[in-house]
Every structure is written in C-alpha cells, then in structure tokens.
Design a protein around this ligand. Structure first.
Ligand SMILES: Cc1ncc(C[n+]2csc(CCOP(=O)(O)OP(=O)(O)O)c2C)c(N)n1
Ligand SMILES: [Mg+2]
Length: 330
C-alpha cells in the first residue's frame, strides 16, 4: 500500500507527490499496454474479443493501490488495468492475450478471463456481474476465519441492472461481510447510454446503496487521489467489521465498447470534449506539473516495459491440443 500524509486541515488527507508520481507511471503503463493491445489485435495477432478501459485508469490504480496483497478481487470484461494494478506483471497478461502457456491463466483464459491467485485476482468475468457472488463468498470466508482481508468486486453501471448485483449486495449487507463493491460507472452499457438503461440520473447511481442500507462512498473516478482515499476509507470501514461498502466512482470510457467498435451511436463532439477534459492522465499530469522531459522519460520507461511484454508473449509456448480439456471440471 502507498502512504498517505495528513493535510493541514483536520480530518483531510492528502497523498504525497512521490506517490502521485508512482500512480502516474502505473496509469501510463496501463494506457500504453492497452494501446498496444489494440494495435496487435487490429494486426490480427490476438485471438478472441477485447475490451479496453482507456479513460478509466484512475479507478484501477486508485482502488488497487489501497489494497493489500492478501486482499482479493474479481473483475469484468475490462480487466487489464485492474490486473496490472493489483500486481500481475504486464508480460504475463500479454502472454495470456497471445494464448501462451506463460500467460497468467496458462493461455486458457484470454482477455476476459485473467486470473492470478498469487496477487489475489480471483478472475475476470465475461458474464456481466458474474464476479459479485464469488466476492461475497470470499468476504464471508475472511469473516468466518477472522482474517483481516477484504474482497473487492469491480463492475459497471450496466451490471447494476442484473439480478446478481441485487442478490449479492443484499446478502453481503445481511451478513456484514468485508466486501467492497466498486461501481465503475462510465455511463454506458455497450452502446446503450445511461438514460436508456438506468432509472436514476447517471451521477446518482450511488443511491442504489440505500436499497440495502449499505454504506456508500463516492469519488470522482478521474481523480486518482480521490479514488485512492475513497478506497482506503472503504477498506477501513469493511475491516472494522462495519459491513460492506458500495464505492461509486463516476468515470469515462474514452474509446469504444470493444476494440473495433465504430461508435456510431456516440456524439463525436461530446467524445472529443470528454477526451480533452476527462482524461485522468492529462488531469494528473497537469496537477503534477510534469515537464515534457519528465513525461518523456516515464513514457519511454513504460513503453519499453510494454514492448518487452510483447516480445515475451511472442516467444511463449503454444498450448498442446491434447491439453484442451485440462481444467474442465463439468
Ligand atoms: C449476463 C450478461 N448479459 C449481457 C452481456 C453482454 N454484455 C457484455 S458487456 C455489456 C455491457 C456492460 O455494461 P457495464 O456493466 O456498464 O460495463 P462497461 O462495459 O461499461 O464496462 C453487456 C450487456 C454479458 N456479457 N453478460
Ligand atoms: Mg458501463
């Protein structure tokens, strides 16, 4: 976990500049990783279907930086950032996308099924809201064993319309388990905008917590410091035995739903404006007042890491056809 400094005003906290610079590096690594993934997918090198979370990096870095190694999470179809931020090396994720046995899921999963138990990744899910029930179970296990750990579920605004979401939050609150439900609210479910799928204004989706009597914590999902502090507060609440938290983060998907999505349903001017005003990297870069030289040096560093990940993945081992049914249990 990164460190937090007290601000002069009582009760307010602030993250040190050094930590913010670490956040910037990680967010840029995630951005460059996903840009590379888009490029290699379009070149026909990556099998399967891909979703990137460009614009949502502050959520991944802010939340995962507030977690300890022994905390666990489940992710969605947009899992690269969460996985990198929780500690899986970029090269193991890239190898997974290339379907190699060196990948974090042994080449069996691909983009929507990234696992890494060594850092607490219980798995990404192609099924919308598919991760939530398992996270309630993991949190219940921690509670029963008296372990000081939290279980975290990432999911989108569209996922809040599923029965699984309501069942999971209901049981979690009933049992007061140490779970954090991270609502990564980008205002879209595929091509369906918030107004056509959500019963509340998009910025008021946190009100869902009231239906369960659940603690609500909200933050600007484009501000990594705010996300980090909100996630720390959520973890503290859950570990104190006070029950689960709905952590509502308003964020922005600055690309299509999937790689190759022509986004014909999206207003071009609005998207352009969002890219200019909501990009979490631009916002953090401006706040840190990074010089061109500073930016170039971090960029060169993370770009080299991504290039090395591609080389590692390409040199990886193809799974054997006779192993296709390995790990099939039902
Ligand atoms: C149970 C289920 N229903 C529908 C789908 C198809 N689907 C994939 S992503 C998606 C939109 C999800 O929206 P949201 O939860 O807001 O996540 P976002 O894509 O915005 O990150 C849908 C409907 C699915 N994968 N699983
Ligand atoms: Mg969404």
């Amino acid at each position: 976990m990164a460190t937090v400094e007290e601000r002069a005003e009582p009760g307010r906290k602030k993250v040190s500049e050094e930590v913010l610079r670490d956040f910037f590096r990680e967010m840029l690594l995630i951005r460059r990783f996903e840009e590379k993934v888009e490029e290699r997918f379009r070149a026909g090198e990556l099998p399967g279907f891909l979703h990137v979370a460009i614009g949502q990096e502050a959520v991944a870095t802010g939340v995962c930086s507030a977690l300890a190694l022994e905390d666990v999470f489940a992710s969605t179809h947009r899992a690269h950032g969460h996985s990198i931020a929780k500690g899986t090396p970029a090269k193991k994720i890239m190898a997974e996308l290339y379907g190699k046995t060196e990948g974090c899921s042994g080449g069996y999963g691909g983009s929507m099924h990234l696992y890494d138990l060594s850092v607490g990744n219980l798995g990404a899910n192609a099924v919308v809201a598919g991760g939530l029930p398992g996270i309630v179970g993991a949190a219940l296990a921690f509670q029963m064993r008296g372990e000081k750990r939290v279980a975290v579920a990432f999911f989108g605004d569209g996922a809040t319309n599923t029965g699984t979401f309501h069942e999971s939050l209901n049981l979690a609150q009933l049992w007061r388990v140490p779970a954090i439900f991270v609502l990564e609210n980008n205002g879209w479910a595929e091509s369906t905008p918030a107004v056509q799928q959500l019963p509340l204004p998009v910025d008021q989706m946190g009100k869902r917590a009231a239906a369960f009597g659940m603690k609500l914590i909200e933050a600007d999902g484009q501000d990594v410091e705010a996300v980090y502090l909100a996630a720390l507060a959520a973890r503290e609440h859950a570990l104190a035995g006070k029950g689960p938290v709905l952590l509502h983060l308003r964020t922005f998907r600055l690309t299509g739903h999937f790689v190759g999505d022509p986004q014909v349903y999206r207003d071009r001017d609005e998207l352009k404006q969002e890219r200019e005003t909501k990009d979490p990297l631009r916002l953090l870069g401006a706040r840190l007042d990074l010089s061109d030289g500073d930016f170039a040096s971090v960029d060169a560093d993370v770009t080299a890491e991504v290039e090395a990940a591609v080389e590692f993945a390409k040199a990886g081992t193809d799974p054997k056809p006779e192993d296709a049914l390995k790990y099939v249990y039902a």
